[in-house]
Write a protein of this length. Structure first.
Ligand SMILES: [Ca+2]
Ligand SMILES: [Ca+2]
Ligand SMILES: [Ca+2]
Length: 674
């Protein structure tokens, strides 16, 4: 499994099947959305024309002779609308969602033959095989009791005991305890961002994944709650949204509100039960921060109940893989029930999945998943934003392209880097990849296995390790993957939105996607030559970096920069111990500097102390040096339109002031910033 964000390019959102003069008529052979690989038996998804969609009623045969003939020939058992058109009807019709039907027939029938028969019907416009997404075999490494009692050698912003091990939020470059080769500053810059916001409950993040353990001690307080169901009757769909007892989300595989993370499948003799993946991803987005236990989340609040909220959209249930149809309905649910960020650490490898998706734009034959994703993006479920955002993982196949659906250019797709700031050995890269985040590394620089180089988050302790015959036994553990990188980006998106909510700022989903892909530190500068990695804890090999240049996204996402970009403040990135010449032109633009004179700068004492700032001023330039990493605001006052305030007989300068944010980090590598 893996993950990514939605990037709504200006060009994209029209149904390309619409051409001048109406819908293009496709030949039967052109109607297929995907290949018949790894598909569910006895099931097909079809997209019909407007008239047919309106004429059909759910659960019954069409009443049209042609379909009934086909239906009889193929032993069709039911034809049913995929989406719940009773809710948000008009918005769904605008995306063509009323036109998707699922056809069920005898499982013994040859699916491809049935599909060809349907494709011949003129009012059937697209035919999609119901591709199954296999559940990957993944595992976590539980954190030990000794580590839980880890000493806190540094001052930390929150009291969560394991926060010092979460290098992905704030990397101190501790080779001994984290990763041989770990580099200070190779993180998402969470500590700086938390000075501005730690989350807001109005922001709901849907975690589309395995079920989230909603009563986990470090997650429960940040779970989204459907009040109607919480206070309703068990076994009854109290809010009439199509799902019974959906208190914290849904199980899209079973079509109910009963979310699971248990070992049922394992007990039933299957090799793979639930793995804890969904619970781990959820903890990165919003484990409860500063509550004195466990870990912190990127947008988990500050211990006062103000974290962003997690909605669980379960698309894997024990050993069951998921299908395109389930995924589409899960995404629809998230849109209909208030999520504004869709966190997706899953996708289809190129070897299966949706091979025709890359030509979907030109042929118009895209499937129900993309339809549902576009519907999600079209909704506005946060008061601070027009539209919603979608984030996907790039995939862990070391492939030269992002996996679908993340590869679609409408969404932001996340690659993974290691604690040394270099691409991980597994991350996909190339077309479709938009931004990099920490995903953890399993193949180390010096061959000594250290789980601490992976991402630390929440786990369901009762879940079985699929490789070892035992339960995890811990509420916390390590995992690695683009699946782990993705929720860092979703978490930062949630922080930016929280800041917007709290400060009365309004933005569009396009703007948020732009912030997520432009608030970055440079990665390409370090991608030359090779480094040695170790496979399976011993075999050394050269890992070539040039291959990745320009292909892992715009850079490494930085949460502090993201919030500053939203705020519109001038950000000045400086390296600890190095003097930085801050010119007035950098602050006010490069207009007529002869008429703009820097008058003074103000640095508050607490900022001075925190960053160890020494500063000097000469000729419209402030020379700044920081002794410590951190973030602080300085105020620069200048005279615009003259050399002195009110100077001259009739005209004079106007006294202006502007905030400048100093972001001091270690190891910026002269160009670590964009
Ligand atoms: Ca319900
Ligand atoms: Ca109920
Ligand atoms: Ca905690």
């Amino acid at each position: 499994m893996f993950a990514l964000v939605a990037l709504f390019a200006a060009s994209c959102v029209q149904d390309p099947i619409m051409v001048e003069g109406g819908e293009k008529t496709l030949a039967a052979t052109e109607k297929f959305v995907n290949k018949a690989e790894n598909v569910a038996p006895g099931e097909l998804i079809i997209y019909v024309d407007e008239e047919t969609a309106d004429a059909w009623t759910a659960d019954t045969r069409s009443g049209e002779m042609a379909l009934d003939a086909v239906a009889n020939e193929c032993s069709v058992e039911s034809v049913k609308q995929v989406f719940n058109m009773a809710i948000n009807t008009e918005a769904k019709r605008a995306q063509g969602m009323h036109r998707w039907f699922v056809v069920k027939f005898d499982k013994e029938s040859n699916v491809e033959n049935v599909a060809k028969t349907f494709a011949e019907l003129k009012y059937v416009r697209r035919v999609e095989f119901c591709t199954m997404l296999e559940k990957p075999k993944i595992t976590a490494v539980p954190v030990s009791e000794a580590e839980i009692a880890a000493t806190r050698a540094y001052e930390e912003p929150f009291d969560d005991p394991k926060l010092p091990l979460q290098w992905h939020y704030n990397n101190r470059g501790l080779n001994e305890s984290i990763f041989e080769g770990a580099k200070a500053g190779e993180d998402i810059g969470a500590y700086g961002a938390w000075k501005y916001t730690t989350g807001n409950p109005e922001v709901v993040v849907a975690v589309v994944d395995e079920g989230v353990k909603y009563d986990h001690p470090d997650l429960a307080d940040n779970m989204w709650v459907n009040q109607a169901e919480l206070n309703g009757v068990e076994g009854v769909d109290d809010d009439n949204n199509g799902y019974v007892d959906d208190i914290h989300g849904i199980n899209a595989v079973k079509g109910t509100g009963y979310i699971t993370w248990d070992r049922v499948a394992y007990d039933e003799g299957d090799y793979v039960g639930d793995t804890g993946h969904g619970t781990h991803v959820a903890g990165t987005v919003a484990a409860v921060s500063n509550n004195g236990i466990g870990v912190a989340g990127v947008a988990g609040g500050n211990g006062t109940g103000n974290g962003v909220r997690i909605m669980s959209v379960q698309i894997f249930d024990a050993n069951d893989g998921t299908s395109i149809e389930n995924n589409a309905r899960g995404i629809e649910y998230a849109a209909d029930n208030g999520a504004c960020i869709l966190q997706n650490s899953w996708g289809y490898p190129h070897s299966q999945g949706s091979p025709k998706n890359d030509s979907a734009y030109s042929t118009g034959t895209y499937g129900i998943e993309l339809t549902a994703l576009r519907y999600f993006a079209s909704k506005s479920n946060c008061s601070a934003m027009t539209g919603n955002v979608i984030i996907f993982a790039a995939g862990n196949d070391h492939a030269t392209m992002a996996n679908y659906p993340g590869a679609f250019n409408e969404f932001v797709c996340v690659t993974a880097y290691a604690p040394d700031g270099l691409p991980t050995t597994y991350t996909n890269y190339g077309p479709g990849c938009n931004v990099a985040a920490p995903g953890g590394e399993t193949e180390l620089l010096k061959g000594a296995w250290s789980d601490n180089g992976c991402v630390l988050s929440t786990l369901p302790k009762e879940t079985f390790d699929p490789y070892l015959d035992r339960a995890y036994g811990s509420d916390y553990g390590y995992m690695a993957g683009t699946s782990m990188a993705c929720p860092h980006v979703s978490g930062v998106a949630a922080l930016v939105l929280s800041y917007a909510v709290e400060n009365g700022i309004h933005l569009t989903n396009t703007q948020l996607n732009d912030i997520l892909t432009s608030s970055v530190r440079n990665i390409d500068n370090s991608l030359t030559g090779s480094v040695v990695r170790h496979k399976n804890n011993k075999t050394a090999y050269q890992f070539y970096l040039d291959e990745y240049r320009g292909k892992v996204g715009t850079g490494k996402l930085d949460a502090t920069l993201a919030i500053m970009n939203l705020r519109g403040a001038t950000c000045v990135p400086v390296t600890v111990g190095e003097e930085y010449a801050l010119k007035l032109g950098e602050i006010v633009g490069t207009g007529d500097l002869n008429l703009t004179v820097m008058r003074e700068y103000v640095i508050a004492d607490d900022v001075k102390a925190r960053l160890g700032i020494s500063a000097d001023y000469f000729n419209n330039t402030i020379f700044i040096k920081c002794a410590k990493p951190g973030i602080g605001v300085i105020t620069v006052k200048y005279v615009a339109g003259g050399t002195t305030v009110g100077g001259g007989a009739t005209t004079g300068g106007k006294l202006m002031e502007k905030e400048v944010v100093i972001i001091s980090r270690e190891n910026n590598d002269n160009g670590g910033w964009l």
